[in-house]
Design a protein around this ligand. Structure first.
Ligand code: GLN
Length: 481
């Protein structure tokens, strides 16, 4: 079976009987067995479980069930709960934890005929942008094994870019779907906040987190989004809205107004990223898009507000990991000592740092100075974007200011690493939808172009991204073989 095919093509061939789900699963299992040692993409992978799911899909097809994702393997980030399958968040504090239930997105993937294809590596509790804070070792970028795939959904991105799985799920709190997608040369889509259920996603920043697809094409991302989104009564923040259903046949760039923020196109960018991005913009213009320069001044504060608000929410969400309710427990004389030891020994450095920052900014003496101020700044940023999005179809920028960096290169410079979230964080702050698509190469490494749309503008955004993808020259596949 030729492996570099999109999820949509695979589903089509399975549905028409050209190829069977077990043949598809076997082909990808072979890739995982060959390359996962190099890439560190999967934390858990069970070929027998994948084949068993494939056989179930076969019998459902034989019964005449209509399965839009028939036989498509989809890797799942390991902070998304899977019944009977370990879910560790790449943390030692959840080592060996096996959830008793499936996340809504996992349930819906299976309902659509997809195969849950292993659990992928991430930064511990999705806190990071390189997969280096994983307690189980970093993932590697298929374009250059010395480099990071980005993060936090770096395992999912490496799996898809390395063709170990045709698609994957990631989660995005400040860019964790779009950033690794950009650095690995694939598509990553963060839906509007509330359109994709968070039930079963281990919470990081609850007001920011969204699950979304990572795939080889925009069409695949749309097809997976159609399967996993839609109202979920089990998630209190789920919007009462139908699943995301893009109509790709009407996709066009003609007359599309793209807002180019000055703050995300100037010297904040690596020169090679900048030139690849500007060249891509010229291509979109040639296809009829109108690019208008705008100013979104509060973008400059986005990283600062995020690194107050996300830790604040995390410090509260992670309080539940005490060694009593989930995962392993370090013994101690009495409750307090046992909790202290468990959290002290089993959480990694980045997670502890964030919990401390979060606790600090929420403390009685500092709440007004930090948390309240950051919330006010967030409201201003949201308003600035809303105003631009009333006139324009999307805000366009690079997804990440630099190409993939070397593993270890930024681990001593946490501020530099966090500044890489500059372009992606605003979408989470405002609950907007956003997508990263490959738009060229910088020094031989992929560059991502981000399109950001208004809340509930997911369908239009995917259609525009599809038209842009069609217009841009393909970047090819990584040299992994
Ligand atoms: N890099 C950001 C962080 O470390 C974003 C993480 C995410 O989106 N999960 O918080």
């Amino acid at each position: 079976m030729p492996i570099a095919r999109s999820a949509s093509e695979l589903a089509g061939d399975v549905r028409s009987g050209l190829i069977s789900p077990t043949e598809v699963a076997s082909a990808y299992i072979e890739r995982v067995e060959r390359f996962n040692g190099l890439l560190g993409a999967f934390l858990w992978f069970d070929p027998d479980a994948a084949l068993a799911e494939a056989r179930q899909v076969e019998s459902r097809l034989a019964r005449g069930e209509d399965l839009p994702l028939a036989g498509v393997p989809i890797a799942v980030k390991d902070n998304i709960s899977t019944r009977g399958i370990p879910t560790t968040c790449a943390s030692r504090i959840l080592e060996g934890y096996v959830p008793p239930y499936d996340a809504t997105v996992v349930e819906r993937l299976r309902l659509a005929g997809a195969i849950v294809f292993g659990k992928t590596n991430l930064d511990e509790f999705a806190m990071g942008g390189s997969t280096e804070t994983s307690a189980f070792g970093p993932s590697r970028n298929p374009w250059d094994l010395e480099r990071s795939p980005g993060g936090s959904s770096g395992g999912s991105a490496a799996a898809v870019a390395g063709l170990l799985s045709p698609a994957a799920l990631g989660s995005d709190t400040g860019g964790s779907i779009r950033m690794p997608a950009a650095l690995c040369g694939i598509v990553g889509f963060k839906p509007t906040y509330g359109r994709c259920s968070r039930y079963g996603l281990v919470a990081f920043g609850s007001s920011l987190d969204q699950i979304g697809p990572m795939a080889l094409t925009v069409e695949d991302a749309g097809r997976i989004a159609a399967a996993i989104t839609g109202h979920d009564p089990r998630d209190g923040t789920s919007l009462d809205a139908p699943p995301i259903q893009p109509a790709f046949e009407r996709a066009s760039l003609r007359g599309k107004r793209l807002a180019l923020p000055r703050e995300l196109s100037g010297e904040a960018l690596h020169p090679a990223v900048r030139s690849a991005f500007l060249q891509a913009l010229d291509t979109l213009r040639a296809e009829g898009a109108e690019v208008e320069e705008v100013s979104l001044p509060s973008v400059r504060l986005a990283v600062s507000m995020y690194y107050i608000l996300a830790p604040a929410e995390a410090s509260s969400n992670l309080a539940r990991f005490d060694g009593i309710r989930f995962g392993p427990r370090e013994g101690g004389a009495g409750h307090v000592e046992a909790v202290e030891r468990t959290r002290g020994r089993l959480f990694g450095h980045e997670v502890k740092t964030r919990i401390m920052i979060g606790t600090y900014v929420l403390s009685a003496g500092y709440y007004e100075a930090y948390y309240t101020k950051a919330q006010q700044a967030r409201a201003i940023l949201r308003e600035e974007f809303r105003r631009v999005l009333q006139r324009c179809d999307a805000v366009v920028s690079p997804s990440v200011p630099v190409p993939a960096f070397r593993i270890g290169e930024l681990s001593g410079d946490p501020v530099a690493l966090k500044m890489l979230d500059l372009c992606t964080i605003p979408a989470n702050m405002g609950g907007f939808c956003a997508i990263s698509i490959p738009c060229g190469l910088a020094e031989g490494l992929p560059v991502g172009l981000q399109l950001l749309g208004p809340p509930m503008g997911d369908e239009a955004l995917l259609e525009t991204a599809h038209a842009a993808e069609r217009a841009l020259p393909p970047i090819g596949l990584p040299p992994l073989n």
